[in-house]
Design a protein around this ligand. Structure first.
Ligand code: SF4
Length: 210
């Protein structure tokens, strides 16, 4: 199987496995999506949604940050890991959006990364989910799955991020974004990958090394 055939087989199979793959973070406004993605670092989407149910009543748009204290943000998100840092990022990002970006979430990767707490992964998620741009954000699931399958051979997620730019076409990237996250979250999990029911055993480097 050529690399092109492998990619086609991979995506077509993932689409059959997860026809409803989508962003699992709840949000109503662009700013809420940005906040949810900042909160989701090293935390499950489920936990973020639970916290945001109440928190997002206070925080709809960047201007709302000016109406609350940093301590109030901390209080609302304290059940989430690294909450003190995340509260600072949300507070500073809201203020920066008001002061420098006309209270709008930027629609490009460069400006998004100027916001406190927003790295390349968060910026790509926002671009893909909010603006439907062909970006493949590499989180821990995507990094693990692409290495196990042998699409990349990297140690750090940042290296995987750079490699995916060349491996997958723009058309593939937009479809793969949610598919890979679902596959890593629900099938090829970190501790107990479901290899016995996996359609990719023939192409999987990890499986064939066992
Ligand atoms: S065979 Fe196992 S390790 Fe390989 S992709 Fe499937 S679930 Fe993951």
């Amino acid at each position: 199987m050529t690399q092109k055939q492998k990619i086609e087989f991979f995506i077509e199979t993932l689409e059959k496995m997860f026809p409803n793959a989508r962003c699992e973070l709840d949000f109503r406004t662009p700013f809420q999506l940005l906040v949810a993605v900042i909160l989701s670092a090293q935390t499950t989407d489920k936990q973020v949604n639970k916290v945001n149910k109440k928190f997002f009543e206070l925080l709809k748009n960047p201007e709302d940050v000016a109406k609350i204290w940093l301590s109030e943000i901390e209080k609302n998100i304290k059940s989430i890991g690294l909450y003190k840092n995340k509260a600072k990022f949300i507070f500073a990002t809201g203020n920066k959006l008001v002061n420098d970006f006309d209270s709008k979430v930027p629609g490009n990767i460069t400006d998004l990364q100027k916001l406190p707490g927003v790295g390349i992964k968060t910026a790509k998620v926002v671009m893909a989910v909010l603006y439907n741009w062909p970006y493949l954000a590499v989180d821990t699931h995507v990094h693990r799955v692409l290495n196990r399958l042998g699409f990349v051979k990297t140690k750090l997620a940042e290296e995987t991020d750079k490699k995916t730019e060349k491996i997958f076409s723009d058309k593939d990237k937009s479809r793969l974004h949610h598919l890979l996250i679902f596959f890593g979250r629900y099938h090829c999990t970190a501790r107990n990958p479901k290899c016995e029911t996996c359609p990719f055993t023939q192409i999987c480097k990890f499986y064939n090394k066992k």
